[in-house]
Design a protein around this ligand. Structure first.
Ligand SMILES: [Zn+2]
Length: 329
């Protein structure tokens, strides 16, 4: 009911908030509405596995971990969800061989996933000298190409860890120049979900046999996720004046993998249709590399001089679970 009311109000909010964009002449936003259809491309970061995001026994066993991935990708395919994944070379668990990693990535690729570069070691650009950071992009791409052995990845996609694209105009410009010169497409994000906080608690509970904490974390996560998706969906309309296609960022973690059906069902409940990332990025709103870190919507808002509307805070949904986690971490 709440969602239905919000959706009815969305065009009104959009009409009010679109006014400054007309005044500043941001033509890329003034496009016909996509008949009000919500679209989203689902993407996973930190392949093969974000740190401390799975039970250590599962992660240590490449065969079992691969079987888990097979199950998730099959479920996604059954639900008609194309995916993209962003690989960090050094997230290969220490017990895996190069071959184990390569086999997993090839499986993703052969399942139809677009794979992109998420650097070699997941360094934060805001805390790393530019030269060192650019090397980690180059190394990430070389690794991905070698691991896939020429498997059909037709474009170079880059996603910055933490979505950090530079702390100063100079560093942003340096990164932009490098990416353009090396023919990368930045894979932006509009629905920037902070699933990793929930995932760490879930994984901790899983590793310690704390079933009730695990279940409570899932409930909190799904409630948070629904509100976060709707927040970014409405925000997108308010900035672009139409239903521009979204790109959602999820992480490769046990929380998402174990609950993939419920996670995807939330997007369905919120009336999203699934498209692949390549199609989403054809939209003119993605024609420029974002000028700020984080969700691209934040960048568009900044361009239009609009204030940033804070997304839902995970801590509000976690409540005492968060305090408990802080005590034990
Ligand atoms: Zn990442």
């Amino acid at each position: 009911m709440k969602v239905a009311v919000q959706r009815l109000l969305a065009p009104l909010i959009a009409a009010i908030l679109l006014l400054p964009s007309i005044l500043t002449g941001a033509d890329q936003f003034l496009l016909p509405d996509s008949h009000g259809i919500r679209q989203v491309a689902i993407t996973f970061d930190d392949l093969p596995a974000a740190r401390s995001s799975f039970h250590p026994d599962l992660l240590a066993n490449p065969k079992k971990f691969r079987a888990r991935n097979v199950k998730v990708l099959r479920q996604l395919r059954k639900m008609g969800v194309p995916v993209a994944g962003f690989v960090t070379r050094d997230f290969r668990p220490p017990t895996w061989s190069e071959d184990d990693m390569s086999r997993l990535l090839k499986f993703w690729s052969r399942s139809g996933a677009v794979l992109g570069n998420h650097t070699t070691s997941h360094k934060d650009f805001h805390e790393t000298p530019a030269d060192e950071y650019l090397l980690s992009i180059r190394g990430g791409q070389e690794y991905l190409q070698a691991a896939l052995g020429g498997d059909g990845q037709e474009r170079r996609y880059f996603r910055a860890p933490y979505l950090h694209l530079g702390a100063s105009p100079e560093s942003r410009e340096q990164l932009r120049g490098y990416l353009e010169l090396n023919r990368y497409q930045v894979a932006p994000v509009t629905i920037d979900v902070q699933d990793w906080i929930f995932a760490e608690i879930y994984s901790w509970a899983d590793s310690n046999g704390a079933e009730e904490t695990k279940n409570a974390t899932v409930r909190a996560y799904l409630a948070y996720l629904e509100e976060a998706i709707e927040h970014y969906a409405l925000l997108g309309v308010s900035v672009t004046g139409r239903e521009a296609p979204h790109v959602a960022l999820l992480h490769a973690n046990a929380l998402n993998y174990d609950n993939i059906q419920d996670v995807i069902s939330l997007f369905v409940k919120l009336e999203f249709k699934f498209i692949d990332m390549k199609t989403a990025l054809l939209d003119p709103c993605y024609s420029k590399i974002p000028t700020t870190s984080g969700s691209s919507i934040r960048s568009w808002q900044a361009e239009l001089g609009l204030p940033w509307a804070s997304p839902p805070n995970p801590v509000r949904f976690l409540g005492p679970l968060y305090d408990e986690y802080q005590r034990v971490r």
